[in-house]
Design a protein around this ligand. Structure first.
Ligand code: DOR
Length: 455
């Protein structure tokens, strides 16, 4: 009998933090009971607990149990670029950060633009993933912006369609994609970037770029394409999601679209919510696309996350080799890792400072993206008992367990990802993941987790 009991933790259940005992059997949560045992009484209760016939009883006093985090936007680099990351290292990094679901972007080799190509990736997921890994399909063949990918063949197996890494330059092609995606009930997930408007910019066209004489990427390179796409979404009735929003103008466009009742959502990333271009250093770990923008952009993003204009926080975990990130701001590859730092960074910088509630952060990192993208309906590569949409009786036990009192200084050498480039290196943050469970199985455990065993 596979039975596990997590006792005396603070559980995010029915939208409240409550002291509860969680009983897990055969991968599912079978019971949630108000904690019957006070911390002081845990030791004398050991014998009673072990009589209940559990395989394990874990003392979660002083720990928080959250629904497993869901990242709508990661790059696991396989097939094609295993020197940057593999499905194994990427999904282990995800579990280390409390994630139980990751949706992978299609800038791979081969690009998942046909069922045959997608199967190469799905086979690797089947063999190596330690969390749920759900792929996106490409919008266009080879992400070249020309012919549409085989939407019909891909649809049951993908979260949605995106050409992440590049914008879809041709509005007519985007329109065609929206109509095809709509017919299949799938979202179009847009990397909004108008290349000519980027004007070769490598960081935000703001204070730092001017001071250091670097080519600046203006905000309109993002929001002009968001504006075009929202008009197309309105015309076609497609479900449209904007990736990695970095500008206040895109926020305003999404806010307006939602007010008008359009099926439009958006995500932003931890770095856009906690940094501005004034914080940049001439180091590849500050280079990503879109770039970190101004203080006004950051404030607009925090407000939009808080008032639910933005659906989700997504990391855009985008690992590269040390060499690819060692060429300074001007010449490094675009992309930073994010899975192992997202929650502690946002908890420390937004929740503990009173800018965002913990409840809203948990929704944005887990419940809301899972629900809005109907993730449990995507056919998984790995056989599983399904994907949870929260901590509740009957749900698969997909959850993460945190010590929110513990502080740590972010050190990329401790990452399980192959990627090490993070702008958060050296930040002192609160929150250390103690364990992550996927379908009741440990996908990550802190070295101290075993010491909590009571039976
Ligand atoms: O910074 C980024 N890195 N932005 C993207 O759009 C692509 C990603 C990557 O694949 O490295």
């Amino acid at each position: 009998m596979n039975k596990l009991k997590l006792v005396n933790g603070t559980v995010f259940y029915q939208d409240h933090l409550q002291r509860m005992d969680v009983t897990i059997e055969n991968g599912r949560i079978v019971r949630l009971d108000p904690s019957s045992i006070s911390s002081e009484a845990l030791s004398p209760s050991r014998s009673r607990l072990s009589q209940e016939n559990h395989e394990y009883v874990m003392d979660c006093s002083s720990l928080h149990l959250f629904p497993g985090f869901v990242d709508l936007h990661v790059h696991f680099r396989e097939p094609g670029f295993s020197y940057k990351e593999t499905i194994e290292t990427g999904s282990k990094a995800a579990a280390h950060g409390g994630y139980t679901v990751c949706c992978t972007m299609p800038n791979l080799r081969p690009v998942p633009d046909s069922r045959e190509n997608l199967e190469v990736q799905r086979e690797m997921i089947r063999q190596h993933a330690v969390v749920h890994v759900l792929p996106y399909g490409a919008i266009t063949c080879g992400e070249k912006g020309e012919t549409l990918a085989d939407f019909e063949a891909l649809a049951p197996y993908v979260v949605g369609f995106t050409d992440d890494g590049v914008g879809v330059a041709d509005g007519a092609r985007m329109r065609e994609a929206m109509l095809a995606a709509k017919a299949l009930g799938k979202p179009i997930v847009a990397h909004a970037e108008d290349l000519p408007l980027v004007r070769g910019g490598v960081i935000h066209d703001g204070t730092y770029a001017k001071r250091h004489n670097l080519p600046g990427n203006p905000s309109e390179s993002e929001w002009k394409q968001v504006e075009r796409d929202i008009a197309l979404a309105e015309e076609t009735g497609a479900r449209y999601h904007v990736c990695h929003i970095s500008t206040k103008e895109s926020v305003a466009l999404v806010r307006d679209a939602k007010k008008r009742g359009l099926a439009v959502t958006g995500e932003t990333g931890p770095h856009y919510l906690t940094m501005t271009d004034e914080d940049l250093e001439d180091d590849g770990r500050f280079r990503m696309n879109p770039p970190i923008r101004s203080g006004a952009d950051r404030e607009a993003l925090i407000e939009a996350l808080s008032d639910e204009t933005l659906l989700a926080v997504a990391t855009d975990h985008a690992p590269h080799s040390a060499e690819e990130k060692a060429r300074g701001l001007a010449h490094s590859a675009n992309g930073i890792v994010g899975l192992e730092t997202a929650f502690p960074v946002l908890y420390t910088r937004l929740v503990l400072t009173g800018k965002l509630s913990l409840e809203r952060l948990l929704h944005a990192m887990s419940l809301d993206p899972a629900a809005a993208f109907s993730l449990s309906s995507v056919k998984e590569a790995k056989e599983s008992i399904g994907i949870a949409t929260g901590i509740e009786p009957g749900a698969p036990a997909d959850l993460c367990i945190w010590d929110l009192n513990a502080a740590t200084t972010i050190n990329p050498k401790t990452f399980l990802s192959k990627g090490r480039a993070t702008p958060f290196a050296g930040w002192t943050v609160r929150g250390i993941c103690q364990a992550t469970l996927v379908g009741g199985e440990l996908a990550y455990e802190d070295p101290s987790w075993k010491e909590r065993r009571l039976d």
